[in-house]
Design a protein around this ligand. Structure first.
Ligand SMILES: [Fe+2]
Length: 199
């Protein structure tokens, strides 16, 4: 099987003025596409090596699968975590669980923003299926710092390709812009799926 890049779920300029059309165009069409291509070619390399019985390049190819698949999966999530209709706070069961596990929405948000400022990759809200609780996670690149059993609920990309063209070194300005367009519909569904699977 090979993986394909889905179109953005909205127009490239749909998140303006918060996030620039040029950023979304490069980010989706060039960077995200690169992870999809990288995943497919690493899988092909692994398959060829299995067939030939020569595994000399398989270690690197396995590493490339992890890096590129993580990049593809998290970007898919990130696009769905924003919309022109976004900008609200979470509601329903997910909002209740955030209050239960972090004390309040404000405490969760402060911690998530700290994760986003600290990461060299991503800030994630995950459902931790080992401890059965929500957690914020600091991820470097696409996969370093992952917690085993952690199911991503909300993803914020803080690679420089995500904001530098518009915000320069002001990553905090980009994090504020994300919260102007954050859409909690998909995270609420992903949270419900995790609860059903693990509790
Ligand atoms: Fe990215």
């Amino acid at each position: 099987m090979s993986y394909e890049l889905d179109p953005l779920p909205y127009d490239y300029d749909a998140l303006e003025p918060h996030i620039d059309e040029q950023i979304l165009t490069w980010h989706h069409d060039t960077h995200h596409q690169g992870y999809v291509n990288g995943w497919n070619s690493a899988e092909e390399e692994l398959a060829e090596n299995r067939e030939n019985g020569d595994f000399s390049s398989s270690g690197g190819a396995i590493r490339n699968v992890t890096h590129n698949s993580s990049g593809h999966i998290l970007h898919d999530l990130f696009w769905q975590n924003m919309s022109p209709e976004g900008g609200d706070e979470p509601s329903g069961d997910l909002a209740e669980r955030i209050e239960e596990d972090f004390g309040s929405y404000e405490a969760w948000k402060g911690e998530f923003e700290a994760a986003a400022k600290n990461a060299s990759g991503w800030a994630l809200l995950v459902y931790d299926s080992f401890s059965n609780q929500l957690r914020n996670v600091v991820v470097d690149k696409h996969d370093q710092g992952a917690i085993w059993g952690g199911h991503p609920i909300l993803a914020l990309d803080v690679w420089e390709h995500s904001y530098y063209y518009q915000f320069g070194p002001d990553r905090g300005g980009f994090i504020d812009a994300f919260f102007e367009v954050v859409d909690w519909n998909e995270p609420s569904e992903r949270y419900a799926q995790a609860v059903e699977a693990f509790e």
